[in-house]
Design a protein around this ligand. Sequence first.
Ligand code: SAM
Length: 286
Amino acid sequence: MSWERSEMSGEWTGHFLMKIHALGLKESDFEKLMANSLADPVVEYNYFMYKVCGIAGLQTNLPFGTTFPLGTKYADAIDIAVYPTVVKLAVDMYDKLWADRVTGCLVEFGVAAGSWLAMQLDNMERCGMIRETWGFDSFEGLPSPDDHRDAPGWYSGQFANELADVAATLDLGSRPHLHLVPGWFSDSLRTPQAQAIKSIAYAKIDGDLYESAVDCLAFLKGRLSNGAVLMFDEWTHVLHQGETRAFFEWVPRVPEYRFELVGFINYRIFFRVWHVSVPDLKCEMA
Ligand SMILES: C[S@@+](CC[C@H](N)C(=O)[O-])C[C@H]1O[C@@H](n2cnc3c(N)ncnc32)[C@H](O)[C@@H]1O
Protein backbone atom coordinates (compact mmCIF):
# COMPACT_ATOMS: atom_id res chain seq x y z
CA MET A 1 0.00 0.00 0.00
CA SER A 2 1.49 3.32 -0.94
CA TRP A 3 0.55 6.96 -1.01
CA GLU A 4 3.06 7.65 -3.72
CA ARG A 5 1.60 9.49 -6.68
CA SER A 6 3.37 7.13 -9.06
CA GLU A 7 1.46 4.20 -7.57
CA MET A 8 -2.15 5.31 -7.88
CA SER A 9 -3.36 1.72 -8.05
CA GLY A 10 -6.81 0.36 -7.29
CA GLU A 11 -5.49 -0.77 -3.92
CA TRP A 12 -4.37 2.75 -3.12
CA THR A 13 -7.74 4.13 -4.18
CA GLY A 14 -9.57 1.54 -2.06
CA HIS A 15 -7.47 2.48 0.92
CA PHE A 16 -8.20 6.14 0.36
CA LEU A 17 -11.93 5.44 0.06
CA MET A 18 -11.90 3.57 3.36
CA LYS A 19 -10.32 6.62 4.93
CA ILE A 20 -12.87 8.93 3.38
CA HIS A 21 -15.68 6.82 4.86
CA ALA A 22 -13.97 6.50 8.21
CA LEU A 23 -13.67 10.28 8.39
CA GLY A 24 -17.37 10.61 7.62
CA LEU A 25 -16.91 12.25 4.22
CA LYS A 26 -18.97 11.88 1.08
CA GLU A 27 -17.67 10.38 -2.14
CA SER A 28 -18.22 13.68 -3.89
CA ASP A 29 -15.62 15.03 -1.45
CA PHE A 30 -13.41 12.16 -2.49
CA GLU A 31 -13.66 13.13 -6.14
CA LYS A 32 -12.71 16.67 -5.24
CA LEU A 33 -9.90 15.45 -3.05
CA MET A 34 -8.53 13.19 -5.73
CA ALA A 35 -8.64 15.99 -8.30
CA ASN A 36 -7.03 18.38 -5.89
CA SER A 37 -4.44 15.98 -4.63
CA LEU A 38 -3.31 15.10 -8.13
CA ALA A 39 -2.88 18.77 -8.80
CA ASP A 40 -1.50 19.78 -5.43
CA PRO A 41 -0.39 17.56 -2.56
CA VAL A 42 -0.60 20.52 -0.19
CA VAL A 43 -4.35 20.68 -0.74
CA GLU A 44 -4.62 16.99 0.06
CA TYR A 45 -2.67 17.41 3.29
CA ASN A 46 -4.61 20.48 4.35
CA TYR A 47 -7.89 18.73 3.58
CA PHE A 48 -7.03 15.92 5.98
CA MET A 49 -5.85 18.38 8.61
CA TYR A 50 -9.13 20.24 8.23
CA LYS A 51 -11.20 17.08 8.57
CA VAL A 52 -9.28 15.81 11.59
CA CYS A 53 -8.53 19.04 13.47
CA GLY A 54 -10.89 21.59 11.95
CA ILE A 55 -8.04 23.83 10.79
CA ALA A 56 -6.77 24.14 7.24
CA GLY A 57 -4.18 26.24 5.49
CA LEU A 58 -1.48 25.09 7.83
CA GLN A 59 1.60 24.89 5.78
CA THR A 60 3.44 25.72 2.63
CA ASN A 61 4.70 22.23 1.85
CA LEU A 62 7.93 22.94 3.68
CA PRO A 63 8.81 20.91 6.75
CA PHE A 64 10.59 23.95 7.98
CA GLY A 65 9.86 27.67 8.12
CA THR A 66 12.49 28.54 5.56
CA THR A 67 13.34 27.60 2.02
CA PHE A 68 16.89 26.68 3.08
CA PRO A 69 17.03 22.89 3.45
CA LEU A 70 17.64 21.25 6.82
CA GLY A 71 21.31 20.58 7.40
CA THR A 72 22.45 23.81 5.77
CA LYS A 73 23.80 26.71 7.78
CA TYR A 74 20.81 29.11 7.76
CA ALA A 75 18.31 26.34 8.39
CA ASP A 76 20.40 24.93 11.23
CA ALA A 77 20.69 28.38 12.77
CA ILE A 78 16.89 28.75 12.67
CA ASP A 79 16.47 25.31 14.21
CA ILE A 80 18.74 26.24 17.10
CA ALA A 81 17.07 29.63 17.50
CA VAL A 82 13.53 28.21 17.83
CA TYR A 83 14.45 25.32 20.14
CA PRO A 84 13.94 27.29 23.39
CA THR A 85 10.44 28.19 22.17
CA VAL A 86 9.66 24.53 21.51
CA VAL A 87 10.86 23.69 25.03
CA LYS A 88 8.72 26.50 26.46
CA LEU A 89 5.64 25.15 24.69
CA ALA A 90 6.41 21.57 25.79
CA VAL A 91 6.72 22.65 29.43
CA ASP A 92 3.63 24.87 29.23
CA MET A 93 1.68 21.89 27.88
CA TYR A 94 2.76 19.82 30.86
CA ASP A 95 1.72 22.59 33.25
CA LYS A 96 -1.62 22.84 31.43
CA LEU A 97 -2.25 19.12 31.87
CA TRP A 98 -1.58 19.47 35.54
CA ALA A 99 -3.94 22.45 35.85
CA ASP A 100 -6.63 20.57 33.88
CA ARG A 101 -6.15 17.50 36.15
CA VAL A 102 -5.58 15.21 33.19
CA THR A 103 -4.74 11.81 34.60
CA GLY A 104 -1.91 9.50 33.58
CA CYS A 105 1.78 9.32 33.02
CA LEU A 106 4.28 10.90 30.64
CA VAL A 107 5.75 8.67 27.94
CA GLU A 108 8.54 9.39 25.49
CA PHE A 109 9.01 7.00 22.57
CA GLY A 110 12.61 7.55 21.49
CA VAL A 111 14.84 8.79 24.32
CA ALA A 112 18.30 8.89 22.67
CA ALA A 113 20.70 10.58 25.12
CA GLY A 114 17.79 11.72 27.31
CA SER A 115 17.93 15.47 26.83
CA TRP A 116 14.17 15.88 26.36
CA LEU A 117 13.31 13.67 29.31
CA ALA A 118 15.85 15.52 31.47
CA MET A 119 14.12 18.81 30.66
CA GLN A 120 10.64 17.42 31.44
CA LEU A 121 11.78 15.74 34.64
CA ASP A 122 13.52 18.89 35.88
CA ASN A 123 10.36 20.88 35.23
CA MET A 124 8.00 18.43 36.92
CA GLU A 125 10.25 18.05 39.97
CA ARG A 126 10.92 21.79 40.31
CA CYS A 127 7.18 22.45 40.35
CA GLY A 128 6.29 19.44 42.51
CA MET A 129 4.12 18.02 39.69
CA ILE A 130 5.61 14.54 39.56
CA ARG A 131 4.10 11.84 37.40
CA GLU A 132 5.30 8.39 36.46
CA THR A 133 7.57 8.90 33.45
CA TRP A 134 8.43 6.25 30.88
CA GLY A 135 11.15 6.28 28.26
CA PHE A 136 11.17 3.62 25.53
CA ASP A 137 14.16 3.20 23.23
CA SER A 138 16.17 0.49 21.54
CA PHE A 139 19.31 2.33 22.71
CA GLU A 140 20.73 0.86 19.49
CA GLY A 141 19.62 3.85 17.44
CA LEU A 142 17.13 3.90 14.59
CA PRO A 143 16.06 0.74 12.77
CA SER A 144 16.40 0.76 8.97
CA PRO A 145 14.32 3.47 7.33
CA ASP A 146 11.89 2.62 4.54
CA ASP A 147 12.81 4.19 1.18
CA HIS A 148 9.20 5.14 0.40
CA ARG A 149 7.65 5.79 3.78
CA ASP A 150 10.47 7.77 5.36
CA ALA A 151 12.08 11.01 4.33
CA PRO A 152 15.65 10.67 3.11
CA GLY A 153 18.54 11.21 5.50
CA TRP A 154 17.83 8.72 8.29
CA TYR A 155 20.11 5.72 8.76
CA SER A 156 20.16 2.56 10.82
CA GLY A 157 21.96 3.00 14.16
CA GLN A 158 21.55 6.80 14.17
CA PHE A 159 21.26 8.16 17.75
CA ALA A 160 22.59 4.99 19.42
CA ASN A 161 23.34 5.56 23.10
CA GLU A 162 24.40 3.21 25.88
CA LEU A 163 21.53 2.61 28.31
CA ALA A 164 23.97 2.92 31.24
CA ASP A 165 25.07 6.37 30.07
CA VAL A 166 21.49 7.56 29.60
CA ALA A 167 20.54 6.17 33.02
CA ALA A 168 23.46 8.10 34.56
CA THR A 169 22.56 11.33 32.70
CA LEU A 170 18.98 11.05 33.90
CA ASP A 171 19.99 10.08 37.43
CA LEU A 172 17.72 7.04 37.20
CA GLY A 173 18.81 5.69 40.59
CA SER A 174 17.39 8.65 42.49
CA ARG A 175 14.20 9.01 40.45
CA PRO A 176 11.76 6.25 41.45
CA HIS A 177 9.13 7.76 39.10
CA LEU A 178 11.38 7.24 36.04
CA HIS A 179 11.38 4.01 34.03
CA LEU A 180 13.62 3.34 31.02
CA VAL A 181 12.58 0.39 28.88
CA PRO A 182 15.14 -0.86 26.34
CA GLY A 183 14.12 -2.71 23.18
CA TRP A 184 12.44 -2.20 19.81
CA PHE A 185 8.99 -0.66 20.18
CA SER A 186 7.48 -3.68 18.44
CA ASP A 187 8.72 -5.80 21.37
CA SER A 188 9.00 -3.47 24.35
CA LEU A 189 5.47 -2.11 24.01
CA ARG A 190 4.12 -5.67 24.21
CA THR A 191 5.88 -6.54 27.49
CA PRO A 192 3.76 -6.88 30.66
CA GLN A 193 5.58 -3.83 32.04
CA ALA A 194 4.41 -1.64 29.16
CA GLN A 195 0.99 -3.23 28.93
CA ALA A 196 0.44 -2.33 32.60
CA ILE A 197 0.43 1.37 31.59
CA LYS A 198 -3.27 2.16 31.42
CA SER A 199 -3.48 5.90 31.25
CA ILE A 200 -1.23 8.42 29.49
CA ALA A 201 -1.44 12.20 29.88
CA TYR A 202 1.51 13.22 27.72
CA ALA A 203 2.92 11.18 24.84
CA LYS A 204 5.87 12.30 22.77
CA ILE A 205 6.54 10.32 19.61
CA ASP A 206 10.17 10.78 18.66
CA GLY A 207 11.24 7.61 16.86
CA ASP A 208 11.61 9.64 13.64
CA LEU A 209 10.48 6.84 11.31
CA TYR A 210 7.09 5.79 9.97
CA GLU A 211 7.13 2.20 11.24
CA SER A 212 8.29 3.29 14.69
CA ALA A 213 5.40 5.76 14.92
CA VAL A 214 2.95 3.05 13.80
CA ASP A 215 3.98 0.86 16.77
CA CYS A 216 3.70 3.76 19.24
CA LEU A 217 0.31 4.91 17.98
CA ALA A 218 -1.08 1.36 18.15
CA PHE A 219 0.03 1.29 21.79
CA LEU A 220 -1.65 4.64 22.50
CA LYS A 221 -5.10 3.49 21.40
CA GLY A 222 -7.21 3.17 24.54
CA ARG A 223 -4.50 4.67 26.75
CA LEU A 224 -4.63 8.42 26.07
CA SER A 225 -6.56 10.24 28.79
CA ASN A 226 -9.17 12.84 27.97
CA GLY A 227 -7.20 16.04 27.31
CA ALA A 228 -3.87 14.27 26.80
CA VAL A 229 -1.05 15.94 24.90
CA LEU A 230 0.18 14.09 21.83
CA MET A 231 3.38 15.48 20.40
CA PHE A 232 5.26 14.42 17.29
CA ASP A 233 8.88 15.50 17.06
CA GLU A 234 9.37 14.69 13.40
CA TRP A 235 6.19 15.80 11.67
CA THR A 236 6.86 15.70 7.93
CA HIS A 237 3.98 17.95 6.78
CA VAL A 238 3.22 15.50 3.95
CA LEU A 239 0.72 12.67 4.02
CA HIS A 240 2.89 9.95 2.59
CA GLN A 241 5.94 9.97 4.86
CA GLY A 242 7.07 9.44 8.40
CA GLU A 243 5.16 10.26 11.56
CA THR A 244 2.58 12.28 9.60
CA ARG A 245 1.67 9.26 7.49
CA ALA A 246 1.44 7.06 10.59
CA PHE A 247 -0.85 9.58 12.29
CA PHE A 248 -3.29 9.94 9.40
CA GLU A 249 -3.46 6.17 8.97
CA TRP A 250 -4.15 5.81 12.70
CA VAL A 251 -6.91 8.43 12.95
CA PRO A 252 -9.66 6.23 11.42
CA ARG A 253 -8.73 3.47 13.92
CA VAL A 254 -9.40 5.72 16.92
CA PRO A 255 -12.91 7.12 16.39
CA GLU A 256 -13.09 7.54 20.17
CA TYR A 257 -10.64 10.47 19.97
CA ARG A 258 -11.02 14.02 18.71
CA PHE A 259 -7.84 15.95 17.87
CA GLU A 260 -7.26 19.58 18.64
CA LEU A 261 -4.26 21.12 16.99
CA VAL A 262 -2.37 23.18 19.56
CA GLY A 263 0.24 24.24 17.03
CA PHE A 264 3.43 23.33 15.28
CA ILE A 265 6.87 24.89 15.30
CA ASN A 266 8.82 23.72 12.26
CA TYR A 267 8.71 19.92 12.39
CA ARG A 268 7.35 19.59 15.95
CA ILE A 269 3.60 19.45 16.38
CA PHE A 270 1.36 19.34 19.44
CA PHE A 271 -2.21 18.04 19.66
CA ARG A 272 -4.62 17.70 22.55
CA VAL A 273 -6.62 14.51 22.39
CA TRP A 274 -10.18 14.62 23.64
CA HIS A 275 -12.54 11.73 24.19
CA VAL A 276 -15.53 12.01 21.90
CA SER A 277 -17.70 10.72 24.75
CA VAL A 278 -16.80 13.69 27.01
CA PRO A 279 -18.34 17.15 26.47
CA ASP A 280 -16.18 19.78 24.75
CA LEU A 281 -13.24 21.42 26.42
CA LYS A 282 -10.69 23.53 24.57
CA CYS A 283 -7.03 24.20 25.03
CA GLU A 284 -6.01 27.80 24.58
CA MET A 285 -2.26 28.26 24.32
CA ALA A 286 -2.04 31.43 22.27
C1 SAM B 1 15.76 11.56 17.50
S1 SAM B 1 16.12 10.32 18.64
C2 SAM B 1 15.22 10.84 20.08
C3 SAM B 1 15.67 12.16 20.67
C4 SAM B 1 15.16 12.43 22.05
N1 SAM B 1 13.73 12.25 22.13
C5 SAM B 1 15.49 13.85 22.48
O1 SAM B 1 14.69 14.77 22.19
O2 SAM B 1 16.51 14.06 23.09
C6 SAM B 1 15.19 8.92 18.09
C7 SAM B 1 15.31 7.73 19.00
O3 SAM B 1 14.29 6.81 18.67
C8 SAM B 1 14.77 5.50 18.86
N2 SAM B 1 13.95 4.60 18.02
C9 SAM B 1 13.48 4.85 16.77
N3 SAM B 1 12.72 3.83 16.34
C10 SAM B 1 12.70 2.91 17.32
C11 SAM B 1 12.05 1.64 17.46
N4 SAM B 1 11.31 1.15 16.50
N5 SAM B 1 12.21 0.99 18.63
C12 SAM B 1 12.98 1.52 19.62
N6 SAM B 1 13.61 2.71 19.54
C13 SAM B 1 13.47 3.40 18.40
C14 SAM B 1 16.23 5.56 18.45
O4 SAM B 1 16.99 4.58 19.10
C15 SAM B 1 16.63 6.98 18.87
O5 SAM B 1 17.28 6.99 20.11
